[in-house]
Design a protein around this ligand. Structure first.
Ligand SMILES: Nc1ncnc2c1ncn2[C@@H]1O[C@H](COP(=O)(O)OP(=O)(O)OP(=O)(O)O)[C@@H](O)[C@H]1O
Ligand SMILES: [Mg+2]
Length: 422
């Protein structure tokens, strides 16, 4: 396989394009274990992005530019005036799809090497290449040698035939093109893409969770994305086009107040589950469009909670449905980790536990030390996780696999040659 970690001193930058904020972190590899030091961070309210989709190229480009400049300025001493050239970017879950493929290669009795695995992965990749979507992750899940199942590490073993079950994640070409255009217009190249919930999981899960089976739910403003981990790998990903912004919209409509006030009321007094203490409490709701904010509406807090709860319940019910339909069965595991900005809603853990019937905890980036306080919360799990991806999972990048898969035997070499030259 390719080198696991990036060499010490390497500068890396990540860009997380969300529906409510855009974030850019610049970091440097400081040890041989893939540890990072954060040199610069920038974040900015998102513009021209709705529900994980670019809706206005010019607005998105301007917001990306401002975010990147802020991070560059903070890292100016180290970057010595050189602009950022490359970034690793999130793939919004709503534009991704999970597929499982199986590929076989002959090994003819020799000792199985990393290259045999890459040949199998490359073969599967060739089968899924299409104009409609771009291959983003190629993750081997399970191996068989001559029909013997359940092999987790085939390297060094012997056999005639190696078979691999592979989780392949694709991104919609149209949505990706628009993202790429708004990024490239800021003079940045995309070195890799990583699914938002996958990145959030890499940032916020502990190893045992990834090994034993865990579902990561990244609750953003416009999207809720899920990534299921088992045996240390991502085995499934999915998403819903609903997030915290929909809760805010419901509040604004339900209480006839502005989106700005609805957002504030949600964070200050919101709760995902009704409690008896809410009944007697009154909250002040500024009236929409009225000049005089001194005469707000007094409404019972239960009214606010009564608007929030059904929407968040709906989100978890849809997640439960997706997990049930995934066919993963018990591999989904008993554990759920909630992260993303919208996971900060009071009472959300209890509601998730109730609807999903799993052990739930709240997650935030734990694997990246030295994050400034302003960007260390759950809204930045995806951003932080993009570092973990580029540093520790580059062997799952389709282009890396293709570049390093050496053809085996004369006929395959000829086929490779024909493919590349004709
Ligand atoms: N204290 C809070 N309570 C409830 N919700 C909150 C709180 N703070 C932030 N949020 C919600 O978090 C959401 C933003 O989360 P996040 O930054 O993860 O989204 P994003 O990455 O921009 O969007 P997406 O990933 O969906 O494209 C907003 O909808 C906001 O209302
Ligand atoms: Mg996000």
């Amino acid at each position: 396989m390719t080198q696991k970690h990036k060499p010490k001193g390497t500068l890396l930058a990540v860009l997380d394009i969300g529906s409510s904020k855009i974030a850019c972190f610049i970091g440097r590899v400081i040890d041989d274990e893939g540890g990072f030091e954060i040199l610069g961070v920038g974040h900015h309210a998102s513009k021209g992005v709705k529900g994980g989709t670019i809706t206005d190229l010019d607005l998105a480009e301007a917001a990306i530019r401002q975010t990147v400049h802020a991070a560059e300025n903070m890292a100016a001493d180290i970057m010595k005036g050189y602009p950022l050239r490359e970034v690793v970017v999130n793939l919004p879950g709503v534009h991704a799809a999970s597929h499982v493929h199986t590929a076989d290669v002959r090994v003819d009795g020799h000792e199985i090497t990393s290259n045999d695995i890459r040949r199998a992965l490359a073969k599967a990749q060739e089968q899924v290449i299409s104009d409609e979507y771009e291959l983003v992750h190629t993750i081997p899940m399970n191996y068989r040698i001559d029909g013997n199942d359940g092999i987790t590490e085939p390297r060094g073993m012997f056999g005639q035939n190696l078979s691999v079950d592979i989780h392949m994640l694709t991104g919609d070409m149209g949505a990706l093109r628009n993202m790429a255009t708004s990024i490239e217009r800021s003079h940045l190249d995309i070195t890799a893409l990583c699914h938002s919930a996958y990145a959030a999981g890499l940032a916020s899960l502990v190893e045992d969770e990834m090994d034993l089976g865990c579902t990561l739910i990244d609750m953003g403003a416009g999207t809720t994305s899920i990534a299921v981990f088992h045996s240390g790998r991502m085995i499934y990903a999915d998403a819903l086009p609903i997030g915290g912004q929909h809760v805010t919209n419901d509040i604004a409509k339900g209480l006839t107040t502005s989106l700005h006030d609805a957002e504030r009321l949600k964070a200050l007094y919101g709760n995902a589950m009704a409690t008896s203490a809410d009944e007697s409490e009154l909250i002040d709701v500024p009236r929409l469009g009225e000049e005089d904010h001194r005469v707000p509406n007094h409404v019972p807090r239960t009214l606010l909670v009564g608007i929030i709860q059904p929407r968040v319940e709906e989100i978890f019910e849809l997640v439960r449905g997706k997990l049930a339909d995934s066919g993963l069965g018990t591999a989904v595991g008993r554990r759920v980790v909630l992260t993303g900005g919208a996971s900060q809603l009071t009472g959300i853990k209890d509601l998730a536990q109730h609807v999903l019937d799993k052990q739930v905890r709240l997650g935030r980036p734990i694997r990246l030390s030295g994050l400034p306080d302003a960007v260390s919360g759950p809204a930045f799990s995806t951003t932080a996780g993009l570092f973990a991806y580029i540093s520790e999972h580059s062997h799952e990048m389709p282009a890396e696999i293709m570049a390093h898969a050496e053809a085996h035997g004369l006929w395959e070499r000829v086929k490779f040659w024909l493919k590349e030259n004709w």
